[in-house]
Write a protein of this length. Structure first.
Lengths: 115, 114
C-alpha cells in the first residue's frame, strides 16, 4: 500500500508570505496528525483529525496556522503570514485508529524555510 | 504531561560493535513507548514499541529495546551495528490510553563507520 505522502518536500518563502502544505494519508486511515520539528529539537504535536473533524488542535502555535481536511481525505496546513520561527520540518502521520495497536505512519515531511 | 529525553545528540560506533541509543521518559500514567528511525529524505519509520508484557521488545532490522520502569528508560540496542544503520533515531511516548499524541525526544544521530 502507498504510504503517507507530503507535498512539497521543500519550500522556501519570505517572511510575510503564505505557504500551504499538503498531506495525503494512507487510504482508509481516518486519523490524521500534523507534527513539527523546529531547529533540530523534538518533534511536537500540532493537531489531530478524525475524518474531517478536528479532534485536538492544542499544539497549533497560533492563529497564523490553519489546518483543514475537507472530505476526510487529504489535509492542508496553511501558514499565513509566515514568520521566521515557523521554519522547520512539518510531518504528517496517519493511523487507522487511535488505540495503541495502531501505529502512526509518518510521511517524509516538508522542510519549510522562512527567510 | 509527558516528555522524552534523548541525552546524546550523536552516537558513533564502528561496524560490528554494539549500538545503544538512550531514552528516558516521563508520563503521568502508563507509558507506551516507541522508537522511530528516519533515513535521509525518508519519513519516520516505526521500529518497535512497548505496550505491556516482556520488558525486552524486539523490532525491525535486528533492533531491540528494554523497558526499565524503575529507571524510566527505554534504550534502543543492536548487538552488531551496520553502516546502513546510520540514521536519525527518535524515541516517543504516549500516556497509555489517555492520550494518542506522541511526545518525541530531540533525536539521536547514529553514525556507523566501516
Amino acid at each position: 500500500e502507498a504510504g503517507v505522502t507530503q507535498f512539497p518536500s521543500h519550500s522556501v518563502i519570505e517572511k510575510g508570505q503564505t505557504v500551504t502544505l499538503r498531506c495525503d494519508p494512507i487510504s482508509g486511515h481516518d486519523n490524521l496528525y500534523w507534527y513539527r520539528r523546529v531547529m533540530g529539537k523534538e518533534i511536537k504535536f500540532l493537531l489531530h483529525f478524525v475524518k474531517e473533524s478536528k479532534q485536538d488542535e492544542s499544539g497549533m502555535p497560533n492563529n497564523r496556522f490553519l489546518a483543514e481536511r475537507t472530505g476526510g481525505t487529504y489535509s492542508t496546513l496553511k501558514v499565513q503570514p509566515a514568520e521566521l520561527e515557523d521554519s522547520g520540518v512539518y510531518f504528517c502521520a496517519s493511523s487507522h485508529d487511535t488505540g495503541v495497536s495502531y501505529e502512526q505512519y509518518f510521511g517524509p515531511g516538508t522542510r519549510l524555510t522562512v527567510t | 504531561a509527558q516528555s522524552v529525553a534523548q541525552p546524546e545528540d550523536q552516537v558513533n560506533v564502528a561496524e560490528g560493535n554494539p549500538l545503544t541509543v538512550k531514552c528516558t521518559y516521563s508520563v503521568s500514567g502508563n507509558p507506551y513507548l516507541f522508537w522511530y528511525v528516519q533515513y535521509p529524505n525518508r519519513g519516520l519509520q516505526f521500529l518497535l514499541k512497548y505496550i505491556t508484557g516482556d520488558n525486552l521488545v524486539k523490532g525491525s532490522y535486528g533492533f531491540e529495546a528494554e523497558f526499565n520502569k524503575s529507571q524510566t528508560s527505554f534504550h534502543l540496542k543492536k548487538p552488531s551495528a551496520l553502516v546502513s544503520d546510520s540514521a536519525l533515531y527518535f524515541c516517543a511516548v504516549r500516556d497509555g490510553t489517555i492520550d494518542y499524541k506522541l511526545s518525541f525526544g530531540a533525536g539521536t544521530t547514529v553514525t556507523v563507520r566501516a
